[in-house]
Design a protein around this ligand. Structure first.
Ligand code: HEM
Length: 264
């Protein structure tokens, strides 16, 4: 998968919310789903988000967070935060990190670690990121909100129409002492990094009938040489994405009406 060459990619930018109509400024976390296809038939799917650490250290914790944030009880989030001290690093990022006005300025992170086999057969725990080659222009949440509800999609469509947008794929290799199964814990700075490729986005197509609509960006779909670790997140994510995919692909009423079905 990482051998030199040009491999076709399909992907989707996203806001991290279950509401497909959520206005951009109401959603703090942005993501990207990516599928890379190698010439030998190997496929690598990933779903990456922009915080430097995840909000919770276990899938159960994520379930608790979703329940707390959906609760009408004003105490629910306070109780959640009190019970989950590991939430603090994510909370710090969510409240203090600057916003940007473009997906092209966002660094997307795997957060979960996977096991990569090197050329000699040795295995290493790796987290990876797609780092934007476009310089970020940081802004406040208030200024971003002035750009409107759907600025991110319009912006990336216009940018890519002008010129391809690029991200560098950076692998970060764990030291043996680094936590592999807790995505709330950043690895110390200075770990070995490898620039393994460049994502080049050349074309934007609408979600409603574009080629990625019917793809499930399940992070356990991995090529030869990459496998899951003992981190429980990827398996939990795989199960949840499958259920969600099943639900959203049943929403055919929101698909464009074409061909025979478009006739009155
Ligand atoms: C137990 C933890 C998690 C659960 C239960 C979960 C659940 C989900 C679900 C249900 C979806 C929608 C999938 C679909 O309809 O196709 C989704 C999408 C996504 N998730 Fe997660 N997630 C978890 C953790 C994470 C983590 C750690 C990351 C990033 C490091 C992440 C990144 C993404 C991204 C980028 C998408 C959008 C993919 C797309 O465009 O189809 N998730 N997640």
């Amino acid at each position: 998968m990482l051998a030199a060459g040009q491999y076709p990619v399909l992907g989707r930018f996203n806001l991290a919310t279950p509401d497909p109509n959520a206005p951009d400024p109401t959603v703090r976390v942005r993501g990207i789903g990516v599928q890379i296809s190698a010439p030998d038939g190997n496929v690598w799917r990933m779903a990456l988000i922009d915080p430097p650490v995840f909000a919770v250290s276990t899938p159960q914790g994520f379930y608790d967070l979703l329940n707390a944030s959906a609760s009408k009880n004003p105490e629910a989030m306070k109780s959640f935060v009190a019970a989950h001290p590991e939430f603090a690093a994510f909370g710090e990022w969510a409240t203090k990190a600057p916003w940007t006005a473009s997906y092209a300025e966002v660094a997307f992170n795997s957060l979960n670690a996977f096991i990569f086999k090197d050329g000699s057969g040795a295995e290493h725990a790796v987290r990876w990121s797609l780092r934007p080659q476009t310089q970020a222009a940081p802004m406040t949440a208030e200024d971003f909100a002035k750009l409107g509800a759907n600025h991110l999609e319009q912006d990336v469509t216009e940018r890519v129409a002008r010129s391809p947008q690029r991200w560098t794929l950076v692998l970060t290799v764990a030291d043996p002492s680094d936590p592999i199964s807790d995505p709330t814990k950043a690895w110390p700075p200075g770990r070995r990094t490898v620039e393994a490729g460049t994502l080049v986005v050349q074309k934007i197509e609408p979600e409603a009938d574009g080629p990625c609509r019917d793809i499930n960006f399940d992070p356990t779909i991995l090529p030869d040489g990459i496998k899951v670790s003992d981190d429980p997140f990827p398996a939990a994510r795989s199960a949840a994405y499958a259920k969600s995919y099943d639900l959203r692909t049943s929403e055919a009423s929101s698909y464009p009406r074409t061909g025979a079905s478009a006739k009155p």
